[in-house]
Design a protein around this ligand. Structure first.
Ligand code: ZN
Length: 430
C-alpha cells in the first residue's frame, strides 16, 4: 500500500530481526558514546554486549524527563557536537528546557517517518498543506514542514493563531489539507462557520497533532470545514517530534512506526508490563537515533496496545489514542480518573458540544465533589438540558463509579485556546 515510505520490514520475523539489531546498535552506541548512558549502564551492572535481543530490554535502566533537564544543554548526547545539525526543545513547564539534538541521519529518518504519515493519510503531491502549528524551537512546525516537502506536497507554513489570516489563506490558496492542534482546528472550524466560508474553501483532510482529541471536537471540525477525513498524529519531542505514527483510516487506533522505535506499555507504579490491552505508561526505546538516543524513556503518556490485524490491511502495530498523562491522573473517591476517559464518556452522549470542564472540590462536610460543566450542541435548546444532565450523571456513574453534578451551558461559552485547552480543575486541598 505504501510506496514511497513503506515499513522497513515485510514479515513479523523480519520486524523482530530489525528490532533486535536496532536495540543492540542503540545500546552499544549509547553506552560507548554518551557519558550519561555509560554511567547509567554501569550503575545497573550492564555492559552493552549483554543486550542481544528485545527480550533483554527489561534489563536496561529507565530514562526520565529529569535526566534530560539535568543534562542541559546537551542531555544524553551520543555524538560529537559537530555532528549535530539541529536542536529542538519541548515546552518544559518547570525548570530548564529539554533540548534534543539531531544529526543529519536523524533529520532524514524523521522526514521519512513524517512522509509515511502524509502517504498513509492519502495526501497527494497535488495537495496544498496549510500548517497551522508552532514554528521555532518546537518540533511541530518543523516536523510537518519537513515531511511535507520530503513528500512533495505544497507546504503553506501559516503557523498558529491569527484566524483572519488563516481563513483568507484557506480561501485564496485553496488549501486542501489542514495541519493543526485539535483546539486550533475547533477555533478555525467555528470561524469558517461564523464567516459562512464553507463553500469557498477546498479542504478535504485535516491532520491533528500535538494534543489529545475527542470525538466531539472532531465532529465539529468535520462538519464546519466540510472535510472527508480527520487524522491524528502522535508526537513527543523526545522521540523526534510529531510524525512517529498516524491514526488508522478505519478509526481503529494509531499505527506506530515499530521499525524506528520500541514501545513498552508499563504500569507507572510497578514499571512492569501491564496485561495485554490494559492502560499503562508509554516507554520508548529508539532503534536508529544517533544524536539523542532514547533507552526506555518514560513519557508519562498513557495508552493501551491494540492486538490483532487491522481491518485497513496495514502491518504496522497499533496503540490506542493518548488517554492522558500519568501526572494528570486524579484520584477521586478512590477511583483513578484521567482526562481522556471523560472525553470518551461525554462523546458518547448526543446533544452535547465538544467543550467541557471537570471541577473537583472539597466540601465542608469532608466529602469530595465533582462538577461537570458541558456545552450544549450548537443547535441544542435549553429544554433538553435536564435530559442531558441525567445522561451525563448516568454515563459517568457507569464508567467511573462516581456521582457528579452536571451543568449544561450555552454553546461557545467555555474558553477555547489555540494550544492545549485546560479541562480538568482540581481545587481540593490536601
Ligand atoms: Zn489500520
Amino acid at each position: 500500500m505504501l510506496k514511497q515510505f513503506p515499513p522497513r520490514f515485510g514479515t513479523a520475523d523480519e520486524l523482530k530481526d530489525l528490532q533486535n539489531r536496532g536495540l543492540k546498535w542503540t545500546v552499544e552506541h549509547a553506552g560507548n558514546n554518551s557519558p550519561f548512558y555509560r554511567k547509567q549502564f554501569e550503575a545497573a551492572g550492564i555492559t552493552p554486549t549483554d543486550i542481544r535481543t528485545i527480550d533483554d530490554l527489561e534489563k536496561l535502566p529507565f530514562t526520565t524527563a529529569d535526566d534530560l533537564r539535568a543534562g542541559y544543554p546537551f542531555p544524553l548526547l551520543a555524538v560529537d557536537p559537530a555532528e549535530i545539525v539541529r536542536i529542538h526543545s519541548s515546552s518544559g513547564t518547570t525548570g530548564k528546557r529539554k533540548i534534543l539534538s539531531y544529526t543529519r541521519n536523524d533529520i532524514d529518518d524523521w522526514s521519512y517517518m513524517f512522509g509515511r504519515c502524509y502517504e498513509m493519510a492519502g495526501v497527494t503531491r497535488q495537495d496544498r498543506v496549510q500548517i497551522c502549528v508552532g514554528y521555532g524551537l518546537w518540533t511541530a512546525g518543523a516536523g510537518f514542514q519537513l515531511g511535507c516537502e520530503r513528500y512533495g506536497a505544497m507546504a503553506i507554513p501559516a503557523g498558529p493563531g491569527n484566524l483572519e489570516m488563516q481563513t483568507s489563506l484557506l480561501v485564496d490558496m485553496q488549501s486542501t489539507v489542514l495541519c493543526c492542534t485539535a483546539s486550533m482546528g475547533l477555533l478555525l472550524a467555528e470561524e469558517v462557520h461564523r464567516r459562512n466560508l464553507k463553500d469557498k474553501i477546498a479542504l478535504r483532510k485535516v491532520i491533528l497533532g500535538a494534543e489529545r482529541t475527542s470525538e466531539a471536537m472532531i465532529a465539529v471540525i468535520r462538519e464546519h470545514l466540510g472535510v472527508e477525513e480527520v487524522y491524528d498524529i502522535p508526537g513527543l519531542t523526545e522521540l523526534y517530534g510529531p510524525g512517529t505514527g498516524l491514526s488508522c483510516r478505519c478509526n481503529s487506533g494509531i499505527h506506530y512506526w515499530a521499525d524506528y522505535y520500541l514501545l513498552e506499555i508499563l504500569d507507572p507504579e510497578t514499571l512492569r508490563p501491564v496485561n495485554p490491552g490494559e492502560i499503562g505508561e508509554m516507554v520508548f526505546t529508539t532503534l536508529r537515533k544517533e544524536g539523542t538516543p532514547l533507552v526506555r524513556y518514560r513519557s508519562r503518556d498513557l495508552t493501551r496496545l491494540i492486538d490483532g490485524d487491522c481491518p485497513c490491511g496495514c502491518g504496522l502495530p497499533r496503540h490506542d489514542k493518548i488517554l492522558g498523562r500519568s501526572d494528570d491522573v486524579v484520584i477521586f473517591r478512590g477511583v483513578n480518573m484521567y482526562p481522556g476517559q471523560v472525553d470518551e464518556i461525554l462523546s458518547g452522549i448526543s446533544g452535547l458540544g465538544s467543550e467541557y470542564q471537570v471541577i473537583l472540590d472539597h466540601q465542608d462536610d469532608g466529602k469530595d465533589s465533582m462538577a461537570v460543566k458541558v456545552e450544549r450542541a450548537r443547535d441544542g435548546a435549553p429544554e433538553d438540558d435536564e435530559r442531558l444532565g441525567k445522561a451525563i450523571v448516568r454515563a459517568i456513574k457507569q464508567a467511573l463509579f462516581v456521582s457528579c453534578t452536571p451543568e449544561i451551558v450555552p454553546n461557545g461559552s467555555l474558553p477555547r485556546s489555540e494550544r492545549k485547552t485546560a479541562r480538568m480543575f482540581d481545587n481540593r486541598k490536601y
